[in-house]
Design a protein around this ligand. Structure first.
Ligand code: UTP
Length: 292
């Protein structure tokens, strides 16, 4: 738990084109990971780090997400009448997690633009951003460490993960300097989706941020960058060279559910670790793998 409560923003307004046609009528953040939509894991992670006020940025197909965090009286009374308390608990859990608010992005003009849509709700305070398709395993705390680092230094904090240099072109890449803490680096520069030969390091920016409100003024004047989108990375680059940005290096389990192969890995890993599904799944998986 942290001393000062902050709000969280979860952008979930991207087009999710890598998952078409599954994402034609449903946001990718609602794809089920075992038996919960990806975004529910992300909300649970925010709550576990002490956050109780969450703003979700919605795009098209907005109702899917807002309905998930709302109650469904007919389903709840049906389960209650049957005495199916376990399923009733699972249906009600998302509605009881936190104080959840919604705002529309309108047009998907980029992650930076989505974050800017949270300005009225967040106001002049530090806030967390968690990408709705990026899962951090509950057993590996990351956000709590980032909030602590922000509270100690007063600086914006981003999450970094070392990736194979062959994959750095899919991420924002950070130029970094070491600090006294092996898990914390000073970020001296950022570049969005660089070619392998142009990447300043193989430290990739992953989907957790603790941002100072000064980022909003920068985003207001950030021009479209890579892919014609308003990039959060470009605004963070400006912050890195002005007031400074820290990076927390994450070495735990992360699942990018916006990517098809990572999505499948997430389901297999999470299901095989579960007490209710693992005992049946694990021997089957071993047998399946031995035939590959
Ligand atoms: P991605 O680049 O992974 O999302 O954005 P995308 O554009 O939907 O994915 P593909 O490449 O077409 O499959 C990272 C995060 O930012 C959100 C997305 O929902 C995702 O959580 N996002 C992106 C927005 O909310 N608005 C945008 O305009 C762009």
């Amino acid at each position: 738990m942290t001393e000062k409560r902050i709000k969280a923003v979860i952008p979930a307004a991207g087009l999710g084109t890598r998952f078409l046609p599954a994402t034609k009528a449903m946001p990718k953040e609602m794809l089920p990971v075992v038996d919960k939509p990806a975004i529910q894991y992300v909300v649970e992670e925010a709550v576990a780090s002490g956050i109780d006020d969450i703003l979700i940025i919605l795009g098209r197909n907005k109702n899917n997400i807002s309905n998930h965090f709302d109650s469904v009286p007919e389903l709840e009374s049906n389960l209650a009448n049957k005495g199916d308390h376990e399923k009733l608990r699972r249906v009600k859990a998302p509605t009881e997690l936190a104080d959840i608010h919604f705002v529309r992005q309108g047009e998907p003009k980029g992650l930076g633009h989505a974050v800017l849509r949270s300005r009225n709700h967040v106001g002049d305070s530090t806030f967390a951003v968690l990408l709705g398709d990026d899962l951090i395993d509950v057993r590996d705390t990351l956000l709590t460490k980032m909030i602590d680092e922000n509270q100690k230094s007063g600086l914006t904090v981003i999450a970094l993960m070392e990736v194979d240099p062959e994959h750095i072109h899919m991420y924002g890449a950070a130029a970094v300097e070491a600090t006294d803490d092996p898990d914390v680096v000073r970020v001296t520069g950022l570049v969005e989706k660089p070619k392998k030969e142009d990447a300043p390091s193989n430290f990739a920016v992953i989907g957790r941020y603790v941002l100072n409100p000064g980022v909003f003024d920068i985003l207001e004047r950030t021009e479209p960058g890579k892919g014609g989108e308003i990039q959060l990375t470009d605004a963070l680059q400006e912050l890195a060279v002005t007031e400074g940005v820290l990076g927390v290096v994450f070495r735990g389990r992360r699942y990018d559910t916006g990517d098809r192969v990572d999505y499948i890995k997430a389901i297999v890993q999470l299901a095989s670790d579960r007490d209710d599904l693992g005992p049946e799944l694990r021997p089957w998986l071993k047998d399946f793998a031995s035939q590959l």
